[in-house]
Design a protein around this ligand. Structure first.
Ligand code: ADP
Ligand code: MG
Length: 255
């Protein structure tokens, strides 16, 4: 569905992404793993043009959109890309003065200028999907971290994106709320949403991701099918990382 090639990004002489490639098929879940500071967030932000990459290309394989970052990206191309990919942030990024329902309605209503009544019905259905149909009228401050992040996920789905980008969606949560959020992501994976998810939840990556990309120091060190990645890591750097993180494998994320 999407082909990303040779993404480079630097901040003031610090080269953070040194040529990242990634191809993703429709319905695939790709987990990006890697130590802190390896460029995972920057990579996701580049894919949504929250950061402008220095070079590289992004192409929807049906030919509908093709961007070459070594040229200036027009506002029109930027909007075309944003319409097709939504981001779920570590810190939820909900509008504090809007209810859960209004947060979910925002994209379709304001950005996509959709019909209000229809948008409301769809937003209620999405809140139901993430288990929050009875919280629609509450404000973010009245919700737990796990509930806020589930609103964040419903909001990302509301624009019916081709691709959902999730940046450590559970790492700001108290441990008690992690399971319910992972459960929702597992449901989305089963429904066939295409997702790129940066995570430190190894067990989740192993169970739910189709493929794993392991990044360190701005490069992809290793990429493989999830099962093979965990059972037969090839690179020394990957083996080390897995050994270090085994200790924090989440035992059980069922609600
Ligand atoms: P990760 O998500 O893997 O922890 P990041 O993409 O957040 O890694 O960061 C990779 C590197 O890029 C870090 O060294 C970080 O300090 C740097 N970096 C990220 N964003 C910026 C920015 N806006 N300005 C300057 N440096 C940045
Ligand atoms: Mg990060």
């Amino acid at each position: 569905m999407l082909e990303i090639k040779n993404i480079h990004k630097h901040f003031k002489g610090n080269e953070v992404l040194k040529g990242i490639d990634l191809t993703i098929q429709k319905g695939e879940v790709v987990a990006i793993l890697g130590p802190s500071g390896s460029g995972k967030t920057t990579f996701l932000r580049c894919l949504n043009l929250l950061e402008q990459p220095d070079q590289g290309t992004l192409r929807f394989t049906d030919g509908s959109l093709e961007l070459d970052f070594s040229h200036k990206i027009s506002k029109k191309q930027e909007l075309q890309l944003r319409r097709r990919s939504s981001m779920v942030f570590q810190q939820y990024n909900l509008f504090p003065h809007r209810t859960a329902l209004e947060n979910v309605m925002e994209g379709p209503l304001i950005v996509q200028k959709k019909n209000a009544e229809q948008t409301k019905q769809q937003a209620m259905a999405l809140l139901a999907k993430v288990g929050l149909q009875d919280k629609a009228q509450l404000f973010p401050s009245q919700l737990s971290g796990g509930q806020q992040q589930r609103v964040g996920i419903a909001r990302a789905l509301a624009v019916q994106p081709d691709l959902i980008l999730l940046d450590e969606p559970t790492s700001a949560l108290d441990p008690e709320w992690v399971g319910e959020v992972l459960q929702v992501l597992k449901l989305l994976a089963a429904e066939g949403w295409t997702m790129i998810i940066v995570t430190h939840e190894m067990q989740f990556a192993r169970d739910v991701a189709d493929r794993v990309v392991f990044m360190a120091d701005g490069v992809v060190v290793e990429t493989n099918y999830a099962k093979d990645f965990f059972e037969r890591p090839q690179q020394e750097r990957t083996k080390q990382f897995l050994m270090q993180t085994k200790a924090v494998v989440l035992e059980d994320y069922s609600i």
